[in-house]
Design a protein around this ligand. Sequence first.
Ligand code: AMX
Length: 426
Amino acid sequence: MAKTLKEKLADLIPKLREERVSLVKQHGDVVISQVSVAQAIGGMRGVKGMVCDTSVVEPDKGLFIRGIPIMELREKLPEEIFWLLLTGELPSADELTLFQKELKEHGEVPKYIWKVLKSMPKTSHPMAMLDTAILAMENESVFRQRYDEGMKKTEYWEPALEDAMRVMGTIHTIAAGVYRIKYKKGELIEPSKKLDWSADYVRMLGLPPKKGETAKMMRLYLTLHSDHEGGNVSANTCHTVGSALSDPFYAVSAGLNGLAGPLHGLANQECLNWVLETMDKFGGVPSEEDIRGYAWETLNSGKVIPGYGHAVLRVTDPRYDAFRAFGKQYLAKDPVFQTVDRVFTVVPDVLKEHGKAKNPWPNVDAGSGAILFHYGLKEFEYYTILFSVSRSMGMLSQLVLNRALGTAITRPKSVSTTWLVGQVKQ
Ligand code: AMX
């Protein structure tokens, strides 16, 4: 008989705990990283100082989820990815059906959330709306309730999973509500009892279905953005806040606040903006020469070219490749997509010549906006919300595993500049 996600995890967790305890006991003193002055000042880039088992980003290959390259997972449903992130295995067909049913059972958005959202200023950024809604739902936290009742440490993961299911069960409905409220798209659309997570999100947004193509695009989008190991701003923030035993609503909301930054998740809104500006300036699909000129203009005015560069990757992001392949299949004649594709042939050389960015290649955000635009999502300020819906899976799965494994409260040691100066003089 098919197991629930909770049953599956209950089988796995004792082994994982044993492995962690024995690692610390037998090899706790082995040094795995050193920190230079430049790293301490430069965002701890490359410092190995935390553990994340859900996914790994190889600088020269890109994202692997539980050891599987993301390109091999692009046809999977995001629900399967969530299961994979948590358990290390893809679910069987029966497990998937059961999990999707359970998610729907966790899908009720409390009425006060809509009141909160509707009372926010009309100028609020959609990310501020989504984050506020997730934080307001903290009122529903089973983790907090059980903690207050004095649950045992070994039980933490169970209500954390319950809260995670609630966040995942509702975030697409809340995100669709944010869209309809913010952009005055009419009444809210209720979730369906039948559709999968992505197709239901598309329907609740009110996007034209285009014979199922929009749902296909959404499945790809939500799968590709699901996780990117543990050190990125949103995952790391969620990890830190969760490590204080703040419940998953607090922790995910905090992580999403980080995702809202222009150097992180907001880059996808900025990216399409840059592409459309280029098209505006040159009256349609620009030539390679036009793009080169505009790229230099951007760099010379001290700005970054959004969608290019990465803190870890040193190759074209395979998630960009996956979007590009989708675009070539379904929207090859779309002028915005054609422009994105042309930017790809020009910008890496410009960035190499510029000589600053360590990675001149496109990241996931370089191409996704053009695809969303094609399927009717014209409000690019909203794009980071889609990223958030997807990335909640990575943050939640890392958090549940951390509560299962008793991960300690985060507390790296900071040093003063005076101390650093003293060190280098020695
Ligand atoms: N255009 C212009 N300059 C860039 C650049 C770009 N796309 N990418 C990096 N650089 C610059 C940096 O600003 C930095 O300049 P500085 O020395 O004057 O401060 C220098 O190159 C070295 O930076 P780096 O080590 O290559 O990158 P990083 O790890 O410091 O930053 C990132 C990584 C993504 C923030 C950066 O490449 C960037 O700003 N890219 C554009 C924004 C973007 O696409 N963000 C999305 C990232 C993916 C995501 O989280 N969604």
